[in-house]
Design a protein around this ligand. Structure first.
Ligand code: DAK
Length: 178
């Protein structure tokens, strides 16, 4: 039983909706546990040919769950970071195409999640950013690495160091979305 993920399958296409709209689908420990389980189930199902990931409401994912992170000490923070890195690595290694269907805010850990997918598609309402620096953090889930590979070092540093949010047109222009 998932609390956060809403999975569906139709004609070999799996669509999983991240559904915690009251917190703009922010990523907490429960999300990573459910996503690990879900990825394993997709891996074991040869009838599924494509996976689409999207978010419910006005956000795709507005980042890691700040309310959960704020109480962590150094070793707990480190474990939370490694947990997300492992989940996103498993997603990246899935042997079917994975598409992020970005319906709204994709910030921080949310943008990192999209970058572990093979393709990113965006609605005109989508907003992208790496605002970790505003919290005194750097991205915890390998976003620094994936972002610079996708868009080049200049635009990656711009997003990481300014925390600016960009819209879908600019994301398309810099090659962040297809
Ligand atoms: N976490 C938890 N709750 C969040 C959230 C988040 N990231 N983003 C939004 N929410 C909650 C809000 O607190 C609010 O809850 P209530 O007050 O209603 O209870 C609800 O979602 C609706 O949000 P807003 O009222 O703020 O909605 P608006 O449309 O006015 O604004 C916004 C939307 C996306 C501009 C705004 O919510 C916002 O700025 N959100 C925070 C964005 C953000 O800073 N995200 C975090 C990025 S940092 C690491 C591990 C992980 C990470 C880094 C390091 N290590 C352990 C090393 C990852 C970091 C990040 O992802």
């Amino acid at each position: 039983e998932y609390e956060i993920l809403k999975p569906e399958v139709k004609d070999g296409i799996a669509v999983v909706t991240i559904s915690r709209p009251k917190a703009l689908n922010a990523l907490n420990t429960r999300f990573f546990e459910e996503m690990d389980d879900y990825i394993a189930s997709i891996n074991n199902d040869a009838t599924i040919k494509v996976l689409v990931i999207t978010g419910e409401g006005k956000a795709f994912v507005a980042g890691a769950d700040i309310a959960e992170m704020v109480n962590k000490n150094q070793s707990e923070g480190s474990a939370f970071s490694r947990l997300g890195q492992a989940t996103f690595r498993s997603l990246e290694k899935l042997n079917i195409p994975v598409i992020a269907a970005i319906n709204g805010f994709a910030l921080g850990g949310g943008l990192e999640l999209t970058m572990a997918c093979d393709f990113r598609t965006a609605s005109t309402k989508a907003k992208f950013g790496q605002p970790e620096v505003n919290l005194g953090l750097i991205p915890g889930y390998a976003g620094t690495q994936r972002l610079s590979r996708l868009v080049g070092q200049g635009d990656a540093l711009y997003l990481l160091m300014t925390a600016d949010m960009i819209g879908a047109d600019d994301a398309l222009r810099i090659g962040l979305v297809q």
